[in-house]
Design a protein around this ligand. Structure first.
Ligand SMILES: [Ca+2]
Ligand SMILES: [Ca+2]
Length: 455
């Protein structure tokens, strides 16, 4: 769906070509998808900068209140409309040389003009120790010299080891004669810690190596969150009007019991019929929403006619009582009168309504009237499903005829036109034996009811 010139329903991915320039921090360090959507939506994130074997840490701030450290952050949900700044700090770690210690050295320092080897006496003096460390590019660094010592320690070095492999060579400094080589240790970096060595026949010591951060990248990007439509409604029971409150909605569809209500595309709808009302709506961002459901419960009444009490059919359940006592088996739209007294019907609907109606039956007071009131005559009784209905005293004009069973299932309907003493022939076909109810409503709305027995 397209609104205002941009599409929003399709998840979008923005591939990013990464060029890592150490220290600039202005490059994309991560990908994410989708980068925009209607609230709430969930996006997934992946880092792009790897350490090439060096330890890397990823510190995320998703701009939705969530922080995460690691290379596989959980999917992030954005509920607030607006631009969210997502920041990733990528820290590439490495090793640094903290300390070089020589416990002892071999005897190569001895026997020159600086430290002569005198017969019967032996070596005189002590070596003047320094080291040269060389990296993988062949670049080297020469340490300070510690004069006239048998061992030495260089500490607090903090030398980054970012170009492996490294070798470290030890020497005795001799001002006149050539410096004496005391051995070379080739360092294979693995984990931080102490690297002891014993080389060249007596040169013994250790290196202390720790982890450090070599490079840090800061990357930010924007996640764009569009506001979902507001789908809350208010209901005015007096005018039976249900209205959505979001005037930014550009499209609304109203539903009644799952069916679209014809021509109901505005913010308001009239709840003329009972049932479940809800709406879907779309705003200018193309974001859609679904409203809560408003259930309008039906109003029911009990009508009495010729020993039959009935109410509307089509509800989920029916339960009748007579003078407060449930009538066994009375789970349909009508019952036979049990005698004068108080009747109550309680119905439920599929959308959760429970509605009742009461009726007080007093036959003596209306018995005279009954004889003259409009009523039905049906014959033969009983019958095989084929019978004739005659409406006596009914108003002339188009009537509504219905035949149903005790459970409210409708077997026949018709709109006979009544004129004088009209006979209506009916054939229910192959129906189960039992009691059926015939209802006829004449043009004046007068309801006439009669039961028939079918064998
Ligand atoms: Ca020497
Ligand atoms: Ca020396």
């Amino acid at each position: 769906m397209e609104f205002s010139g941009f599409e929003v329903d399709v998840p979008e991915t923005f591939p990013v070509i990464l060029t890592v320039l150490p220290g600039t921090g202005s490059n994309f360090g991560f990908t994410f998808s989708p980068s925009s959507g209607c609230a709430p939506f969930t996006s997934t994130f992946s880092p792009l900068i790897t350490g090439g074997g060096a330890p890397v840490t990823y510190d995320w701030d998703f701009g939705n209140g969530n922080l995460f450290t690691g290379d596989t952050p959980p999917p992030q949900t954005f509920t607030q409309a607006g631009d969210h700044v997502v920041a990733l700090t990528t820290s590439i770690g490495g090793y640094q040389l903290d300390q070089v210690e020589l416990v002892s050295v071999n005897g190569n320092w001895c026997g020159d003009v600086e430290e002569p080897d005198i017969p019967l006496i032996g070596c005189t003096g002590s070596p003047d120790l320094y080291y040269v460390i060389t990296d993988g590019n062949g670049d080297s660094y020469t340490s300070s010299t510690q004069d006239d010592v048998s061992g030495a320690t260089w500490s607090g070095l903090g030398a980054t080891l970012s170009v492996p492999p490294y070798s470290i060579a030890f020497f005795d400094e001799d001002p006149v004669s050539q410096d004496d080589a005391l051995g070379t240790y080739n360092l294979t970096l693995g984990v931080p810690g102490t690297y002891p060595f014993s080389i060249a026949g007596g040169t013994v010591g250790s290196l202390m190596i720790s982890e450090t951060v070599l490079q840090v990248f800061h990357d930010t990007d924007i996640v764009q969150v569009f506001a979902a439509p507001g789908m809350t409604w208010t209901y005015d029971s007096l005018s039976q009007t249900l209205c959505l409150g979001d005037t930014a909605l550009v499209s609304v569809t109203w539903f009644l019991d799952g069916d679209t209500i014809p021509n109901a595309n505005g913010l308001c709808v009239q709840t003329n019929d009972p049932g479940s009302y809800w709406a879907t709506g779309t705003n200018g961002f193309g974001c859609t929403g679904l409203s809560d459901t408003l259930v309008i419960c039906p109003l029911i009444t009990i009508t009495s006619d010729e020993g039959i009490l009935y109410t509307d059919n089509g509800f989920a359940t029916y339960a009748w009582t007579f003078n407060g006592t449930p009538i066994a088996g009375a789970d349909g739209a009508f019952i036979f009168a049990q005698g004068d007294g108080n009747y109550e019907i309680t119905i439920t609907t599929d959308d959760g309504c429970t509605v009742n109606a009461t009726y007080t039956l007093i036959t003596t007071s209306v018995s005279i009237e009954e004889t003259t009131a409009a009523h039905l005559i049906i014959f033969p009784v009983p019958n095989d499903g084929r019978f004739t209905v005659r409406a006596l005293g009914a108003a002339e004009g188009q009537a509504e005829l219905q035949v149903m069973d005790l459970q409210g299932r409708v077997y026949a309907t018709g709109q006979p036109r009544l004129a004088g003493d009209t006979s209506i022939d009916l054939d229910l076909g192959d129906v189960a034996p039992g009691t059926y109810l015939v209802r006829l409503q004449d043009a004046n709305g007068t309801m006439m009811v009669r039961t028939i027995a079918v064998y």
